[in-house]
Write a protein that binds this ligand. Structure first.
Ligand code: HEC
Ligand code: HEC
Ligand code: HEC
Length: 356
């Protein structure tokens, strides 16, 4: 596979170095076809790689997910080939965008990176979306709390209800997954409807939400929410008792426990292949980008709940993304069940990482 791709890449280089100047002079139809074929091949092979490695963050149709930017825009298509190749090869330091070039510790040859560049400039995203779906690689939806029109209407009817409703919508989309739909907390995050918290000066809470709490699942929201949005969601924390007084029905919150079943393990295996394999390797044996998880030492020393937290919260200042706001509780449990299922057969000594 890699060989074929490298060959495609070499051909592409030849096309560009040798044939292109000729092409300009001769403008022969045959050579035009050759170029078209090159782009078609680059786009087709990259569609598969995109589905396996990029769709989890940039979305099946390239429209972006959460903070991960869209790739299907004119602004991206009009970036120079050089800039596109650079960001894919080297990643962007300090963001989830990893370096993908082999020479930067990633998994793609330069020829494959060039294919991605052609892909991003030419992709028919409707086709990509359909293909990603066909491969069963469409990323899971972000968990959000559903707010019914009725609930929203009752909130708006409260004194200064518009502001409260604004805060609630931001909370539902960004915070409820961890802090619980009714603000009462979950296994992974403390209650936000807390009298104690309301004795803290509002400015301090704004500051906390902006900076996050390092080393915990509470990430920094500064670059995700506008200052106005942070103010409204913090305002909501202070007015939570007003919400409770209305007898509004909050949607159910699931309580976390970490079960295991054959179905859960299969679901976790599938999800691992979508979301984790690109870094943690085939069957969790590791890659130069991330450590082996299929490893006796890690599995025997790390309890389920801790694995759950690491996956949900990520490891700050490393490539390990926080999945908590992107995967549902069920998805996270399935990953834990899958990793745990590897324990019995996991190697005691981690085998050397296979280069792709
Ligand atoms: C773990 C999530 C994640 C994965 C997987 C991922 N990206 Fe990204 N990507 C990001 C983020 C976040 C950014 C924005 C970085 C920044 O803030 O500058 C980004 C930026 C980019 C950009 C630049 C967009 C711009 O606006 O400048 C390109 C191009 C890109 N990614 C392509 C890819 C390709 C191709 C793949 C698969 C080989 C991929 N990404 C995989 C998260 C991801
Ligand atoms: C991925 C899970 C997660 C998400 C999403 C999340 N939080 Fe948190 N949050 C936490 C955890 C965990 C803590 C506890 C941190 C610690 O140990 O100090 C916390 C703490 C807090 C605290 C301090 C609570 C206290 O009693 O000290 C506030 C306030 C807060 N979060 C607000 C928010 C807001 C507002 C949002 C949405 C914009 C949000 N959080 C989204 C996990 C999360
Ligand atoms: C963009 C690359 C990347 C992706 C994608 C990724 N991880 Fe990680 N992961 C890492 C890195 C790097 C580390 C090591 C962090 C450190 O230095 O502590 C890590 C660490 C971990 C750990 C802790 C391992 C240990 O030895 O402490 C677990 C568990 C884990 N990842 C699970 C997952 C799961 C499950 C997924 C898919 C949902 C996933 N990771 C996706 C890069 C990634």
């Amino acid at each position: 596979m890699t060989k074929t791709l490298t060959l495609t890449g070499m051909l592409a280089t030849l096309v560009i170095i040798i044939i292109l100047p000729l092409y300009v002079i001769l403008e022969s139809d045959q050579q035009k076809e050759l170029l078209d074929d090159y782009y078609t091949n680059a786009v087709l092979t990259s569609t598969e790689s995109y589905a396996q490695n990029c769709a989890v963050c940039h979305g099946a149709a390239g429209a972006g997910i959460g903070d991960n930017p869209p790739l299907n825009t004119d602004a991206i298509r009009s970036m120079s080939e050089n800039d596109l190749a650079k960001v894919i090869s080297r990643g962007r330091y300090g963001t989830l965008m990893a370096a993908w070039a082999v020479e930067e510790g990633g998994i793609f040859s330069n020829a494959q990176i060039d294919d991605f560049v052609a892909f991003i400039q030419q992709a028919n995203w409707a086709y990509v979306e359909a293909r990603v779906d066909e491969l069963g690689l469409t990323p899971p939806e972000v968990i959000e709390m559903e707010i019914s029109d009725d609930m929203l209407a009752s909130v708006i009817a409260l004194p200064d209800g518009e502001a409260l409703a604004d805060g609630l919508l931001i909370y539902a989309e960004n915070c409820a997954a961890c802090h619980g739909s009714n603000g009462a907390g979950t296994m992974i995050a403390p209650a936000i409807d807390s009298a104690d918290l309301r004795t803290t000066p509002q400015g301090e809470i704004v500051e906390l939400v902006n900076s996050g709490v390092s080393g915990t699942l509470m990430t920094s929201w500064e670059n995700i929410l506008t200052p106005g949005e942070v103010d409204s969601v913090v305002g909501l924390i202070f007015r939570w008792p007003d919400l409770m007084k209305t007898e509004i029905e909050f949607p159910e919150v699931e309580v976390m426990s970490i079960p295991s079943s054959p179905e859960l393990i299969i679901a976790g295996d599938n999800l691992f292949n979508i979301a984790c394999k690109s870094c943690h390797g085939v069957d969790g044996y590791g890659t130069p980008m991330a450590p082996a998880l299929n490893n006796q030492l890690f599995l025997s020393e790390t309890p389920d709940a801790a694995i759950y937290q690491i996956i949900a919260g990520g490891v700050s200042d490393t490539l390990m993304p926080a999945w908590g706001s992107r995967l549902s509780d069920y998805d996270l449990q399935s990953l834990v069940a899958y990793l745990r299922s590897l324990e019995q057969s996991a190697p005691v000594i981690v085998p050397p990482i296979r280069e792709p």
